[in-house]
Design a protein around this ligand. Structure first.
Ligand code: AMP
Length: 545
């Protein structure tokens, strides 16, 4: 027997309709790429998104067409997304931090037909546009006064393009399973792989994200998504903020500590989210200037492991609650968040920080398990680590074009490629990427644990641990360290600091100091490059073996 309830397809433009009706005057503030701070509202964004949809349809684009964006977090970028989804087309976020050739490869793979691009990225587009044969139109997210000179064909300024639209347009009626968004994984090994979101998965993900124990946001919040829309959907915030009618503050092109602080302060931001490297810059700025964060309540930190020292600083010095989160582009992206269940709610000080080092527990909508290499389930005892697998309605069932099929099994479990343990209360802790873990004498050493501990040393800005081939133990850890400006810690300082905090056999065999550690386009430490850099490194004492 079927239920007698209404069919109400979960479509993304319904989020924007809702925001305009219930929260129409709520502001969306942008540090524009042209420079000044601009202000609009959800009601205005809806009207302009309808104009985008109207114009895309007039230009001949339609259902299933991939429409790329190469853009910062701005109100115009949101309009481009919703306008694209509203005709049944698919917004495709491109990461400008990739090499131009990689961007061209991804655009060709996705067969992007049109591109919304910020002024900042025109030099990239000048380089690659002719290599992308599917590309028919380039819309520069600016007005005619700021349009750059270009020799490319079919280029138009966004505001000029919108000028003859009147927004008298109806969103396309669609199946909720229709594709609406696309994002390629950063592809640290092999080619990038395309993740194709549906209207249904985006709407469900937004509902999952706003729950009290997930991001816990409401219409009373002012949200600053520093995490870019081109990095896993700004962790869903471009959908979840309008869904609950929160004021949005979009940082545009500037993510340095000073610029982010200015927005946090002047707009009285209560909630923000970004990767640890961004918060490193902000905390440095606060330390240098002695400024405080009186309005900010909560910061979500993820994308790579949040160091304990960072959580401690935010909470103890600035009275800002840290939510450590884990996710993946393939998961829309939220997979787990570290808010406190009653079992842990009373903890304080170090005991609380111990729990916050973990990446938290899965919200409703994310099923999680850990297995050994033979796919046997492993216990949730907080110690046994294994391959982390997930499934749920906002998790990919395949990659676009069928790549990476081996990561999905017949029961829909997706192998994340991460290694983790889960404690009896469901709190998961990532110990490594499967390909980064150091294998020493048949046992595993967690590089993330070593790195987190090392950055707790007062003279250390950043640290990375990698396995170096070893004739006896297979691999042994090398710790690569960037010292804080003006500081010069020694190898022995570091080893003394780590001693007693990890098992003796986990201690690095050597410590090297470098000026910079390489990062991927999404801000993670680029272990492959680092391993290449130290391929021929010989650990002390090895010659004697
Ligand atoms: P991306 O799809 O670029 O967001 O990358 C996803 C990967 O980032 C995950 O599979 C993890 O390896 C890593 N990651 C994300 N969040 C965390 C976290 N909080 N701690 C450790 N690793 C993380």
């Amino acid at each position: 027997m079927l239920g007698l309830m209404q069919q109400w397809p979960l479509l993304c433009h319904k989020i924007l309709d809702y925001a305009a009706i219930q929260h129409g005057s709520r502001e969306v503030v942008t540090r524009s790429v042209e420079g000044p701070i601009t202000r609009t509202t959800y009601a205005e964004i809806r009207v302009r998104s309808l104009k985008v949809a109207q114009k895309l349809a007039r230009d001949g684009f339609g259902e299933g067409d991939r429409i790329a964006t190469l853009a910062w977090n701005t109100a115009r970028h949101i309009e481009a997304w919703y306008g694209t989804m509203g005709i049944g087309a698919v917004y495709h976020t491109l990461n400008p931090r990739l090499f131009p050739d990689q961007i061209a490869w991804i655009m060709n793979h996705a067969e992007d037909k049109a591109l919304f691009v910020d002024l900042t990225f025109m030099p990239i587009v000048e380089k690659i546009a002719t290599q992308v044969s599917s590309l028919q139109k380039i819309i520069v997210l600016t007005d005619s006064a700021h349009m750059p000179d270009t020799k490319l064909d079919n280029v138009v300024a966004y505001e000029d393009w919108l000028a003859d639209a009147d927004s008298d347009f109806a969103w396309k009626e669609l199946d909720e399973n229709a594709a609406c968004g696309m994002c390629y994984t950063s592809g640290t090994t092999g080619d990038p792989k395309g993740v194709l979101y549906s209207h249904r998965s985006n709407v469900l993900h937004a509902l999952i994200a706003v729950q009290p124990d997930a991001m816990g946001i409401s219409s009373r919040d002012t949200i600053l998504p520093v995490v870019p829309m081109f990095h896993a959907n700004a962790w869903g915030l471009a959908h979840s903020a309008p869904m609950i009618g929160a004021k949005l503050v979009m940082p545009g092109a500037r993510m340095d500590g000073e610029a982010i602080y200015e927005l946090l302060d002047t707009e009285k931001v209560s909630f923000t989210a970004a990767v640890p490297t961004v918060w490193l810059m902000l905390l440095q700025h606060l330390e240098e200037t002695g400024k405080k964060l009186p309005h900010l309540n909560k910061v979500v930190i993820g994308g790579s492991a949040c160091p304990r020292a960072m959580t401690e600083k935010f909470q103890r010095i600035y009275d800002v609650e840290v939510i450590h989160a884990w996710g993946m582009t393939e998961m829309s992206p939220l997979g787990s968040l570290g808010s406190m269940k009653p079992e842990y709610a009373g903890l304080e000080g170090d005991a609380k920080l111990d729990i916050q080092e973990k990446q938290g527990f899965a919200p409703f909508g994310v099923e999680m398990k850990i297995t050994d290499d033979e796919n046997n389930d492993l216990p949730w005892d907080g110690e046994t680590f294994g391959r982390l697998k997930v499934r749920g309605p906002a998790i990919a069932s395949a990659y676009y074009g069928g790549a990476g099929a081996e990561q999905f099994d017949s029961d829909n479990w997706f192998d994340t490629g991460d290694v983790a343990h889960i404690d009896p209360n469901g709190y998961m802790e990532i110990t490594d990427r499967a390909k980064d873990v150091i294998k020493s004498g048949g046992e595993w050493i967690s590089t993330i644990t070593l790195e987190n501990l090392a950055v707790g040393h007062p003279d250390v800005a950043e640290a990375a641990a990698i396995g170096i081939a070893h004739p006896k133990w297979d691999e042994r850890p090398l710790l690569v360290v960037v010292a804080k400006a003006g500081k010069s810690p020694s190898k022995d300082d570091l080893l003394d600091y780590l001693a007693g905090k990890v098992a003796k056999w986990w201690l690095p065999d050597d410590v090297v100091f470098v000026d910079e550690i390489p990062h991927t386009a999404t801000g993670k430490i680029q272990k492959t490059t680092l391993r290449d850099q130290f391929r021929d490194y010989s650990l002390p004492g090895v010659e004697a073996l």
